[in-house]
Design a protein around this ligand. Structure first.
Ligand code: ADP
Ligand code: MG
Length: 401
C-alpha cells in the first residue's frame, strides 16, 4: 500500500525511523549530535503524517545498548533535535512500552508527535526468537492503528520494530524508504547504459557478493580503495604492506575471468599513492601499480588512475558507487576519492551512492550532496540490495495484509 492510501487521520500511526545518529559526550555527560543527516532524512514522512492529522509515534534505535537501558544512548536529545527540524513540539517517553507509553499515547491529539525510548533498550527488539519479538510487537499493536516503515537503515533486519510489528497492522513504506527503493530499482533492473559501478572501501570480502551480483550486468567496473590491492595481487603484482586478503585471491581471479568473458571493462589502478606508515604525516610518493616498494602501503589511487576513472565515468548514464578510493579521512590520501566523486557528480548519469563511508566522504570533501541523484541512508541495507537479496523489512510490506 502507498503511504497516501493508508488511513492515518485521527489514528495512532507508528513510524519506524532511522534516527541512529553519531553522538559526542562531553565530560559532564552532555550529549551533542555530530551529524543530524538521518534525522533530517526522517522529517518528510513525519511532517506529512502530521499534516494529515495522524497521531505520530516514532520508534527508533540508537547505537548498540544490547537490550538494556544505557543513559548515554537515550533518544531524548534526538527527540529534541527532531522538534527543531520539524518546527513543532515533539513529546518523549523514557520507555519502549508499558503504562507510561499507553498513557501518553491516550493523551495525543491529531498532529502530535511522540518519540519512544531507544527500542533496543528492550532485549526483545533484536531477539533471534520470533516469539519473544512478537510479544513486544503485540504491546505496540495494542494501541497503534497503522505502521509506516521509514527506517531504511534497518530494513535488512528481522527485528520487532521492523518486521514483527509490520505484520500486525495496515502498513506502508514511508517517503524515505520509497525513494531508496525507487533509486535502487532503477540501477538494479534495466539500467540506462553505459552502466558504471565504482567499488572501493577497505575489504574485498565485504563487497564480494556485490561484485558477484553486478558483474553480469555492468559495462564498466572501476576498482579502488584497499580492495584494489587484492586485485593487483591476483594479477601477480607485489603490493608491499598494502591491505591484502590473501585467501580472496582465487575468488578475485575468478571475478577477473568472469568480467573478461562477459565483456565487462574491469579497471584497476595503474598508479598508487604509497606511504611508509598508516598516518597523515607519513612519507608519501606516487608509484606505478607494478612498482610498489617493499615496506610501503598503498593508501589511495594515483593521479593517472583518477584521470582514467574520471574518463570512464564521463559518458555514463547509470552509476553506482560503493566504497572510497583511498583513506579519504587523511588529507594526503583523499585526492583519488575527490576526483572520482567529482567526476560522478559532473557526469550525465543517474548516480546512486551506497555505503556509509562513501556518503561521509562526499560530505567531508565538500562535493555537494545535491549533485548526486541518491545518497543512501543505509549502508548495510544498500549493500544487501546491491547483492540482489530480498530484505525482510521490505518483503513484509508486500505481504498481503
Ligand atoms: P562504505 O562504508 O562506503 O561501504 P567501506 O566501509 O567498505 O566503505 O570502506 C571505507 C573505509 O575504507 C574508509 O574508512 C577508508 O579509510 C578505507 N580505505 C580506503 N582505501 C583504503 C586503503 N587503500 N587502505 C586501507 N583502507 C582504505
Ligand atoms: Mg563503511
Amino acid at each position: 500500500m502507498r503511504l497516501d492510501d493508508l488511513d492515518v487521520t485521527d489514528r495512532v500511526v507508528l513510524v519506524r525511523s532511522d534516527l541512529n545518529v553519531p553522538l559526542a559526550a562531553d565530560g559532564d555527560g552532555h550529549v551533542t549530535i555530530t551529524d543530524d543527516g538521518r534525522i533530517r532524512a526522517s522529517v518528510p514522512t513525519i511532517a506529512g503524517l502530521r499534516d494529515r492529522g495522524a497521531k505520530v509515534v516514532v520508534l527508533a534505535h540508537l547505537g548498540r545498548p544490547k537490550g538494556a537501558a544505557k543513559p548515554g544512548l537515550s533518544l531524548a536529545p534526538v527527540a529534541g533535535r527532531l522538534a527543531e527540524l520539524l518546527g513543532a513540539p515533539v513529546g518523549f517517553v523514557p520507555a519502549v512500552t508499558g503504562e507510561s507509553v499507553t498513557a501518553e499515547v491516550a493523551r495525543m491529539s491529531p498532529g502530535d508527535v511522540l518519540v519512544l525510548e531507544n527500542v533496543r533498550f528492550d532485549p526483545r527488539e533484536t531477539s533471534k526468537d520470533a516469539v519473544e519479538r512478537a510479544t513486544l510487537a503485540e504491546e505496540w499493536a495494542a494501541w497503534a492503528q497503522a505502521y509506516v516503515s521509514d527506517g531504511f537503515g534497518v530494513v535488512h533486519r528481522e527485528q520487532a520494530s521492523v518486521t514483527d510489528i509490520a505484520r500486525r497492522l495496515p502498513r506502508a513504506a514511508g517517503t524515505l524508504v520509497d525513494k531508496e527503493m525507487a533509486s535502487f530499482a532503477r540501477v538494479l533492473s534495466d539500467p540506462e547504459r553505459p552502466y558504471v559501478v565504482v567499488l572501493g572501501g577497505s575489504k574485498v570480502s565485504d563487497k564480494l557478493a556485490v561484485l558477484a551480483n553486478l558483474v553480469g550486468n555492468v559495462d564498466r567496473l572501476l576498482i579502488g580503495g584497499g580492495m584494489a590491492f587484492t586485485f593487483l595481487a591476483a594479477r601477480g603484482l607485489e603490493v608491499g604492506n598494502s591491505l591484502l586478503e590473501v585467501d580472496m585471491i582465487p575468488t578475485v581471479q575468478q571475478i577477473i575471468k568472469d568480467a573478461q568473458e562477459r565483456g565487462v571493462d574491469l579497471l584497476l589502478p595503474v598508479d598508487v599513492v604509497v606511504a611508509d606508515a598508516f598516518a597523515a604525516d607519513a612519507a608519501v610518493k606516487v608509484v606505478a601499480a607494478d612498482a610498489i616498494p617493499v615496506g610501503w602501503m598503498g593508501l589511495d589511487i594515483g593521479p593517472q588512475t583518477a584521470i582514467a576513472y574520471a574518463n570512464a565515468l564521463s559518458d555514463a548514464r547509470t552509476v553506482v558507487w560503493n566504497g572510497p578510493m583511498g583513506v579519504f579521512e587523511m588529507a594526503p590520501f583523499a585526492d583519488g576519492t575527490r576526483a572520482v566523486a567529482e567526476a560522478m557528480a559532473s557526469c550525465p548519469a543517474f548516480t546512486v551512492v551506497g555505503g556509509g563511508d562513501s556518503a561521509a566522504a562526499i560530505r567531508l570533501l565538500g562535493i555537494g550532496e545535491e549533485r548526486f541523484d541518491h545518497i543512501s541512508t543505509g549502508g548495510g541495507a544498500s549493500l544487501e540490495l546491491l547483492e540482489g537479496r530480498s530484505l525482510p523489512g521490505l518483503a513484509v510490506l508486500e505481504e498481503s495484509a
